[in-house]
Design a protein around this ligand. Structure first.
Ligand code: NAD
Ligand code: TYD
Length: 362
């Protein structure tokens, strides 16, 4: 059997393995969210023989319209379900007999986790447990937990020589990152105790098409487009390590196929920027004045700096990011300009109440 893979430098690699399957069935949870949907698009293109089942509870962050480009694809199926609903998940696994599970489903916004920690614990920890129980029961060959670099806590701004490595202890700052750290620990415990074939990836901040407009980059694009104030927390000096979403998706594809079971892989492209720098780049590209920048009360417990050391995934799996920030941000801004309906629909609904609550008196 023959399969074609793209290596980190973009070259084609032909792999011929006798008896190798090309018709895997993969469950992608959180498929109607930002990274999950991009991963579905990537997988359908990179592995046209695979069957992809996209599952999502369609919370405020999940949007079925996002999956419109693939909803009629013969190798794609959408299932609306909640990962904390053990009976439904069990039935789905019994029927579908998944080879691989990739768990993106989560409550993902730090600011919301400060308002309602309980929801984050239920979805991000208990939901992961439900998926792992079903994976064990039905003999899933790989359970991949999509993690975040926020589980390492943060790094000081005055130590640019320090980076997150996989062996660091987990020290989460927000209820969001604590829930993600718990899920990672639980996944490793299921590997060691029950032998579940687990891998974990921990990625830095993503940006790109279909990101919900509560997150920094799409929020600033949406506000700048409407000539509304751009709310920068604190002094805007906190640093994030930005990665274009497609690069993240390619990395996970590599880890689920070639990553070693029981291992954690950091994903990031050495692209650190202070928030204020990112905001100014967006304003410049949209031709809007810096006078729109409004400094607002800082986030509670605000992490200073995130910075990934991606040496392990590069050395073991040959992964490297392909999209430079200047290209990625240009493509992203253009996508939001071209797809105004997608995000205007979102911000015209209940999001307005969220915005008023978070930013109204800040
Ligand atoms: P997102 O909020 O855009 O998407 C999350 C999706 O999960 C939504 O579609 C939502 O409807 C769904 N969901 C929530 N609760 C669910 C439940 N109980 N059952 C089923 N589906 C449910 O988030 P995202 O930015 O796409 O993040 C995806 C994953 O990647 C998360 O696990 C997040 O922690 C991780 N991650 C994100 C980033 C980033 O920068 N966005 C970076 C590193 C890791
Ligand atoms: P965010 O996109 O929420 O990602 P995370 O907190 O998970 O890194 O925020 C990115 C950075 O931008 C973070 O330092 C907080 C800051 N920020 C603002 O300054 N203003 C905003 O309105 C938002 C949403 C974020």
């Amino acid at each position: 059997m023959l399969s074609v893979k793209y290596t980190a430098n973009g070259k084609l690699k032909l792999i011929i393995k006798k008896g190798d399957r090309t018709d895997m069935k993969i469950l992608v949870t959180g498929a109607a969210g930002f990274i999950g949907s991009n991963f579905v698009f990537h997988m359908l293109e990179a592995h046209p023989d695979y069957d992809i089942v996209g599952l999502d509870a369609l919370t405020y962050a999940g949007n079925l319209e996002t999956l419109a480009p693939v909803i009629d694809e013969p190798h794609f199926k959408f299932v609306k379900a909640d990962i904390t609903d053990a009976a439904t998940i069990d039935q789905l696994f019994a029927e579908e007999k998944f080879d691989i599970v990739v768990n993106f489903a989560a409550e993902s916004h730090v600011d919301r986790s400060i308002e309602d920690p309980g929801l984050f614990l239920r979805t991000n920890i208990l939901g992961t447990q439900v998926l792992m129980d079903a994976s064990l029961k039905y003999g899933v060959k790989r359970f991949h937990q999509v993690g975040t670099d926020e589980v390492y806590g943060d790094l000081p701004l005055d130590r640019p020589d320090l980076f997150f490595v996989e062996t660091m202890p987990l020290t989460a700052s927000s209820p969001y990152s604590a829930s993600k750290a718990s899920a990672d620990l639980l996944a490793m415990a299921y590997h060691r105790t029950f032998g579940l074939p687990v891998t974990i990836s921990r990625c830095s901040n993503n940006y790109g098409p279909y990101q919900f407009p509560e997150k920094l980059i799409p929020l600033m694009i949406a506000n700048a487009t409407a000539d509304k104030p751009l709310p920068v927390y604190g002094e805007g000096l906190n640093v994030r390590d930005w990665l274009y979403v497609e690069d993240h998706c390619r990395a996970i594809d590599l880890v689920i196929h070639d990553g070693r079971v029981g291992e954690v892989y950091n994903i990031g492209g050495h692209n650190e920027k202070a928030n204020i720098e990112v905001v100014k780049i967006i304003l410049e590209q949209l031709g809007k004045p810096e006078s729109l920048i409004t400094y607002v009360t800082d986030r509670k417990g605000h992490d200073q700096r995130y910075a990934i050391d991606p040496t392990k995934i590069h050395n073991e799996l040959g992964w490297l990011p392909e999209t430079k920030f200047e290209d990625g941000i240009r493509k992203t801004i253009q996508w939001y300009i071209d797809n105004e309906d997608w995000w205007k629909n979102i911000i015209s609904g209940e999001y307005q109440q969220y915005y008023e609550k978070m930013y109204g008196n800040r």
